[in-house]
Design a protein around this ligand. Sequence first.
Ligand SMILES: Nc1ncnc2c1ncn2[C@@H]1O[C@H](COP(=O)(O)OP(=O)(O)OP(=O)(O)O)[C@@H](O)[C@H]1O
Ligand SMILES: [Mg+2]
Length: 244
Amino acid sequence: MTTPILSVEGLRCTIAGQQVVEDVTFDVPATGITAVLGRNGVGKTSTLRGILGLIHRRGRVTLGGERIDGMPTHRIVRRGVGYVPEDREVFAKLSVAENLALAERQRNPRREFVAELFPDLVARKDQPAGTLSGGQQQMVSVARALMNDNRLLLVDEPTKGLAPKIVSEVAAALAEASKTVPILLVEQNLEVVRRLATGAIVIGGGRVVHTGSAAAILDDEDLTRRLLGVHAETTAPHATEADA
Ligand SMILES: Nc1ncnc2c1ncn2[C@@H]1O[C@H](COP(=O)(O)OP(=O)(O)OP(=O)(O)O)[C@@H](O)[C@H]1O
Ligand SMILES: [Mg+2]
C-alpha cells in the first residue's frame, strides 16, 4: 500500500468540555474516496472538525507525513486540506461568483476545471447563493473546495436532504473530483457510498469500530445492521415491503 495522505492516531475531541470523539485511529489513502460511516451523533462531523483544528483535539494527525495536530486551522487549510461542511455554509447574500472568488487561495485558481464540472453554476454566476436550490448550494460548496490544488478534501454529508436526481449529480461531481484529489467523505446514503467509496471507516461511540473495503462492509448485512442500524438494502425502493 502507498503512503497514506492522512494518518489519524488516537484522535480525541471535546466541545465545551464534553468529549465527542473518544479515540479515533485511521489512515486515508492518497487516492480515491474513503467513506466515514456511523449512526447519527457518533462523532463523524466532530472527527472532521478535529482534523481541521476547529474544535479542541488531542492525538496525532499527519498530512503527507507532516504533523498538523498542533497547527491552527488556517495553516492546515494552507497545507492543502479543503473542507465542505455539513450545512454547506454558502454566503447567502453573495453571488455564486463571489462565493467562489472568496475561496480562491492560490495565484492560479482552477476556474476552468470548476466551470467544466459545474456548468449550472457558470450560468447562475450572478445569482445570490441564498436563492439557489439545496443541490445548487451544495455544488457551490464543493466548487469552492475545488478552486485550490488541495491534497485532501473533507466532505461532510454532501447529499443530505437532496432529491434523488440531485444526489446523483452531486455524486457524479465528487467522482470526477476524486480523480484529482483524495476525498474523506462522511455519507449516510449507502448507495452513494457504494458508488463512490473504495475504503470505509465505521465510527461507533467515538471510536473506529470497523475498517475495510466499502463494498465488503455494505455486502455484509449483519455488519451494516449492527454498526449502522440500517439494512444496506433499505435504500432500495421496495425494502419496506419485504420488512412488512
Ligand atoms: N456544539 C456542540 N455542543 C455540544 N455537543 C455537541 C455539539 N456538536 C455536537 N455535539 C455532540 O457531539 C456528538 C457527536 O456529534 P457529531 O455532530 O460529531 O456527530 P455526527 O456523527 O456527525 O452526527 P450526524 O450523523 O447527526 O451528523 C453528539 O453527541 C453531539 O450531540
Ligand atoms: Mg455530522
